[in-house]
Design a protein around this ligand. Structure first.
Ligand code: 5GP
Ligand code: ZN
Length: 114
């Protein structure tokens, strides 16, 4: 755990969040500032800054969770599709330096990419 990391504090339960899913290595929770209803963040429980820093077995767990959660999130808000994306590094718009995937539900006619 990195003490000044918001997402490490969320995993530890020190900052409240709306949990979507949890297992031994992965945690998923609702984004506090959603771009669409159901906007979910999926993270490894261990602190790694970018995707390349994540050990391969953890990356596999992360992708497996994304694979299972994406349709569940879409169904929960009756979405037609979703954007599943990493902002991977500061220049790419990553604001929280604990690697995370966004699942952003999309709806027919909702007006383009976020
Ligand atoms: P990034 O721009 O780093 O890819 O996305 C970071 C995301 O984390 C943003 O969508 C932002 O709304 C979300 N976020 C930042 N702080 C918190 C927090 O304390 N709780 C939750 N649930 N989401 C957060
Ligand atoms: Zn962290």
């Amino acid at each position: 755990m990195v003490n000044d990391c918001i997402f490490c504090q969320i995993v530890a339960g020190d900052i409240p969040s709306k949990t979507v899913y949890e297992d031994d290595t992965v945690f998923a929770f609702l984004d506090v500032n959603p771009l669409a209803p159901g906007h979910t963040l999926v993270i490894p429980k261990d602190h790694h800054e970018t995707l390349a820093d994540v050990p391969e077995d953890t990356a596999s767990d992360l992708f497996s969770a994304l694979h299972r959660l994406t349709p569940v999130v879409e169904d929960a808000v009756d979405a037609d599709a979703s954007n599943v994306a990493f902002n991977n590094g500061e220049a790419a718009g990553q604001e929280v330096s604990h690697v995370h995937a966004h699942i952003i539900p999309r709806f027919d006619g909702d007006g383009g990419n976020p």
